[in-house]
Write a protein that binds this ligand. Structure first.
Ligand SMILES: Cc1ncc(COP(=O)(O)O)c(C=O)c1O
Length: 365
């Protein structure tokens, strides 16, 4: 088939299902608002939970690029200082940075699992985790979202068929906004001879989880840290191993040197400004109370089912001044199209209450 014909066919196919993704203009972002070319909207789509993305860099860049992978261009003390600071914060022996969370997951999982191994992963795990397992050639066995009982029964039936096995979950789920039952999962991992891999992307910097019993802890700096890049924390031996075998580390240019200083600065900044988390929690409470319920994280899904319903509500809110894009399959499972409300410290009571009221009124007909 001609390449152009192939591309058009695939795009048309997506479009016919109402699932075509398009880049929309974001001409400016400012303090929780986004300008899309027509008007300023309150931004409820951003993962800048603590409002740090607009802070600007605090460290004067002395070099613009890392020049090569760290294995080639050398390991500066600033790299090691930042990784050490994060390892300490996460109560792990060591840490290694990657250029993105996606790259971390698709590099670390295949470094850990091989053909004769198994990955037991939560059904709601992020695409980068799924891609990592696919790349590893290990058997992928998925358990019902946050259902430790189901995980245990799948492991009981299958663990003996594989050499090594790893349970993979997120700590705070990106599209559902709920926390994994980590203590139960840790117990299963311990008892059933499985390694435990936790992606802490949406929790990092806000909800500090108990990292004891987690063998591989991954997270990103693109959410609450307001930057980009990612990390893995674990034992010293794990980091030595990944320095050798994680292809996204070995074969990719390192993050720019100034980035490491900036990360170290932000680790301290978040630690020294607990009021940011207090404010975020107040905003979550304010929004969820108005919506008539309770929710324990900054990610609040409004599940509508069909794609058209989610798109319709998103457009309605847009007309009312709120930016809340619809999240559609394949990002979420079929028939669970939703609005994903992302609360940040930038929001204020008036806009939170107004958004909640608009959603509640629509839900009530
Ligand atoms: C759970 C999870 N892991 C990894 C990623 C990818 O991180 P990054 O945006 O740094 O590539 C995301 C992105 O949203 C995520 O939600």
């Amino acid at each position: 088939m001609d390449i152009s014909e192939f591309l058009q066919q695939e795009l048309n196919n997506r479009k016919s299902k109402g699932l075509l993704r398009r880049l929309y203009p974001a001409i400016a972002n400012k303090k929780g608002k986004i300008f899309t070319g027509k008007k300023w909207l309150y931004d409820f789509a951003s993962n800048d939970y603590l409002g740090l993305a607009e802070q600007g860099l605090h460290i004067n860049p002395t070099a613009s690029g890392a020049k090569a992978s760290r294995l080639l261009s050398g390991n500066r003390s600033s790299f090691q200082n930042a990784e050490k600071a994060l390892a300490q914060r996460k109560k792990k022996q060591a840490c290694l940075f990657f250029s993105s969370g996606y790259s971390a997951n698709v590099s670390i999982i295949p470094a850990m699992l091989k053909e004769k191994d198994a990955a037991f992963l939560d059904k709601a795990c992020h695409a980068s985790i799924i891609d990592g397992v696919r790349l590893s050639n290990a058997k992928m066995l998925r358990f019902r979202h946050n259902d430790a009982g189901h995980l245990e029964s799948i492991i009981r039936k299958n663990r003996h068929k594989f050499k090594n096995a790893m349970i993979i979950t997120e700590s705070l789920f990106s599209m559902d906004g709920d926390f994994a039952p980590l203590s139960k999962i840790k117990k299963i991992a311990r008892e059933k001879d499985c390694w435990l891999y936790v992606d802490d992307a949406h929790s990092t910097g806000i909800w500090e989880i108990n990292t004891k019993g987690i063998d591989i802890l991954v997270g990103t700096f693109g959410k609450a840290f307001g930057l980009w890049g990612a990390y893995v924390c674990g034992s010293k031996k794990l980091i030595d191993y990944l320095t050798n075998f994680a292809r996204g580390f070995v074969f990719s240019t390192a993050l720019p040197p100034f980035f490491y200083d900036e990360i170290k600065y932000r680790i301290e900044y978040i630690k020294d400004h607990p009021q940011l988390i207090t404010k975020l929690k107040e905003n979550i409470d304010c929004f969820t109370k108005q919506l008539g319920g309770k929710h324990s994280s900054q990610i609040i899904p409004i599940i509508l089912g069909e794609t058209e319903q989610a798109v319709k509500l998103s457009r309605f809110l847009n007309r009312k001044g709120f930016f809340v894009p619809a999240i559609r399959p394949p990002t979420v499972p079929q028939k669970t199209a939703r609005l994903r409300i992302s609360i940040t410290t930038h929001h204020n009571r008036i806009e939170l209450e107004k958004l909640a009221r608009l959603i509640r009124d629509k839900a009530n007909g």
